[in-house]
Design a protein around this ligand. Structure first.
Ligand code: FAD
Length: 467
């Protein structure tokens, strides 16, 4: 019997639940990916992530060829393209890994209807996460709004074991099954951004995973994860975003490594695993409250006034605010399509609390730039920073960007790496508001932090009173 495996955010052969089950249950599996066909501009993605996707598809196609199969690419709406392919191949079943975000789920629903109408079996699997949203709920079945009690339950649940590499998908896909060419950025009418992206594909991602788990970064994670200069975190977020590595395998490798560690070192693993829990917490928040994509999670703040000043927003985007720590973060993002977590918090709080721009502007800009752009974590991170989200930073705890710089980049190494025009400036001048320009082409601070902080506190207070 013939089945389809519909690849989406699971672009790998190792530890892939849907693909593994498809090959166990079929004589032939036709692997398919459906490309979106929007053109030029998209609020939720951009050239960096699309370029990374192109590389990941190239690698997937090669890996499939190596096991005697062939990736079938189609372009357009998934339900229509899959319906055509099901007819052409006379497949009796369709296998897919479930997508945690609302857009993915909506398409999945449509494809399921097509299968039902055609009498094709529809098999969907948990794969992107260790625990899906409805596995981690309170005794009465309601969802957690706060991370700590969520994480206690999440950590206590037995974790699924990784699955082996798929070695064959059965009979070769016939020549009569047509495929589009592998895409380049031109497919969406996009041009390269010039950012230096990580190597795409499953092999490179597996190397990154093994490197992280086998290096000092894992045992030292608890201690150093907030240091932005040098690489102290795993850097695996883009690989998890595209499913170039399986979350089950990553988890199992960390746990196995922990067995060889001292108690102190094991703290690194515990802290790291809790971060994986944050990822699934935000996915659960988005599952139970999909309206967070449109509005504040916390209704108390839905009347807060925002300015969304175009010039200030542009300065923030370009890394030209005159706040070196903020600008360094934004420049790292522009140069690499990735930003350290500490910096994401600093720049997000700065945009919302110092420049009074609505968090949705930053959310969308991040989605357009980040190679790990993940709707749930990104929305969660932005609403956390704005103070409007589930388990967010309280709105009155406004980080001081100058002190953040002093604390997390005391010798200015991170700032100097990303803002070369500041490389000769004495470090103490980087962490206080400049009265004279620090360099010819570098601006003075565009706002006064203390004044803007007071304004924000007043606006949140007024917003609450207006309810
Ligand atoms: P590590 O420190 O090695 O953490 C391990 C993994 O845990 C990460 O790969 C990630 O999957 C998960 N994780 C860690 N921290 C968080 C967190 N706070 N929330 C959710 N998951 C987490 N992460 C994304 O994957 N995609 C996004 O689009 C995204 N947008 C963000 C926007 C803002 C404003 C903020 C404050 C955070 C955002 N994050 C996002 C979370 C976090 O910054 C990144 O996951 C992390 O920096 C990725 O680097 P890493 O893989 O080295 O993380």
């Amino acid at each position: 019997k013939t089945s389809l495996h519909w690849f989406r955010r699971d672009l790998r052969l190792v530890d892939n639940a849907g693909l593994w089950n498809a090959q166990q249950m079929s004589e032939q599996v036709v692997p398919v990916y459906v490309l979106s066909d929007w053109k030029k501009k998209h609020d939720w993605t951009g050239p960096n992530r699309q370029a990374f996707l192109c590389g990941n598809l190239q690698s997937l196609a090669k890996n499939l060829e190596a096991i005697g199969s062939r990736l079938v690419l189609r372009c357009g709406s998934a339900e229509r393209e899959l319906e055509k392919l099901l007819k052409e191949t006379k497949a009796e079943a369709l296998f897919v890994n479930r997508d945690p975000d609302p857009f993915g789920k909506e398409v999945e629903g449509k494809v399921k209807e097509v299968c039902e109408r055609m009498g094709v079996a529809f098999h969907s699997f948990k794969d992107a996460v260790l625990h899906e949203a409805d596995e981690v709920v309170k005794g009465d079945g309601s969802a957690y709004r706060v991370y700590t009690p969520y994480s206690k339950v999440w950590l206590g649940l037995a974790k699924p074991e990784p699955l082996p590499r798929v070695k064959s998908l059965g009979n070769a896909v016939g020549d009569n099954v047509k495929s589009e060419a592998l895409p380049t950025l031109a497919h969406w009418g996009l041009e390269e951004s010039g950012a230096e992206l990580p190597e795409a594909g499953e092999r490179a991602a597996r190397e990154r995973m093994k490197n992280f788990v086998g290096s000092r970064r894992l045992p030292e994670y608890a201690e150093k994860r907030n240091v932005p200069f040098g690489m102290h975190s795993s850097g695996l977020s883009p690989d998890l975003r595209y499913g170039l590595i399986g979350i089950r395998e990553l988890y199992a490798r960390c746990r196995k490594k922990a067995e060889e560690m001292s108690t102190g070192e094991r703290k690194g693993v515990e802290t790291y695993v809790k971060e994986l829990g944050w990822r699934e917490f935000y996915m659960a928040v988005l599952h139970f409250w999909p309206e967070v994509l449109e509005t504040d999670f916390n209704p108390e703040f839905r009347n807060v006034r925002w300015d969304s000043d175009e010039a200030l927003f542009e300065a923030w985007k370009a890394g030209m605010t005159g706040f070196p720590m903020v600008d360094a973060g934004m420049r790292q993002l522009l140069a690499t399509g990735w930003m350290h977590n500490r910096l994401r918090m600093i720049v997000a709080m700065f945009l919302t609390k110092d420049l009074h721009c609505h968090w949705r502007l930053g959310e969308s800009f991040f989605m357009q730039q980040l190679i790990d752009g993940e709707i749930a974590s990104n929305n969660g991170g932005w609403q956390w920073s704005a103070g409007t989200g589930a388990d967010a930073a309280p709105y009155f705890r406004i980080q001081n960007p100058w002190l953040q710089g002093k604390r997390f980049d005391p010798d200015g190494m991170y700032i100097k790496k990303w803002i070369p025009e500041l490389k000769d400036v004495p470090v103490e001048r980087l962490h206080e508001p400049a009265k004279l320009r620090l360099a010819k082409d570098y601006p003075l601070p565009i706002v006064d932090h203390h004044a803007e902080r007071d304004k924000t506190l007043e606006r949140f207070k007024q917003g609450k009173e207006k309810r």
